[in-house]
Design a protein around this ligand. Sequence first.
Ligand SMILES: C[S@@+](CC[C@H](N)C(=O)[O-])C[C@H]1O[C@@H](n2cnc3c(N)ncnc32)[C@H](O)[C@@H]1O
Length: 282
Amino acid sequence: MTDEIIRSAPDRPIGEVWLVGAGPGAADLLTVRAWRLLRRAEVVVYDRLVGPDILDLVPPHIERIFVGKMRARHVCPQAGINGLLIELARAGKRVLRLKGGDPFVFGRGGEELEALAAAGIPFQVVPGVTAAIGCAAAAAIPLTHRALAQTLIFTTGHTVDGELDLNWRLLAEPGQTLAVYMGIKALASLCRRLIEHGRPATTPAALIENGTYEHQRVVTGTLATLPALAPDPRLAGPSLILVGEVVALGQSFGWLAGALAPRAASTPPVGELDAPGPGASG
Ligand SMILES: C[S@@+](CC[C@H](N)C(=O)[O-])C[C@H]1O[C@@H](n2cnc3c(N)ncnc32)[C@H](O)[C@@H]1O
């Protein structure tokens, strides 16, 4: 980032950056705070994982800048995103940095805050529902359970030079649930390594693709069978892997089979948050 780009506009006080989690996809999983800030922002800088229904909530007069990343193809490298946020804030703008899920869970939110803090830009952080929480709820899989899982681990299946570099001994411990982000490409090796390190091959496992969207897909199996059942990673949408005995509970609820209607308790459209609640006067 050059000095020229990040120089303050002379006639406006410095702006600020709101680092906001958009949740896993469904618009009505956006927090009320995020939704309020969306209306106050002057520019929204957003990622690939921010769902289209959420972008529809951005008022049309607000500028939008896409800085999404595709797997292995960065539309805008991280340093460029950091510099852009600083540049916009120094131009006096109220900048809403909208990230999929929660900004601090595998979202590089920490790196963006480091850059903002170093540049003296005021900021605030708004949490979002992270993919593991959203996907588990959407598939009726309780992430913890007193009898089955006392520990919950969020980890990444992102490979470095094609290799998964994880603490397999820790991950293969019994009595815990693993939520694996960015793991679809390495699914076969993930399952194999867990089995090699002592997790039974019969351990239930699920892959949730496009979790919380209407078109979400849930594939369930075991560590031994899931890789063959999973969709082609080149064609699949964002996918989260859950491993642990709790996955079988999700299946047993019959939720996915449609015995209980997943949408029965759906919330009103987000726009209706504007309306006064029951009993409100005036
Ligand atoms: C770069 S990480 C960002 C995680 C995000 N900050 C969060 O808190 O959910 C992207 C990964 O999150 C997971 N993910 C995000 N949204 C998802 C969704 N709707 N369904 C399934 N997995 C999702 C996938 O594993 C995807 O590869």
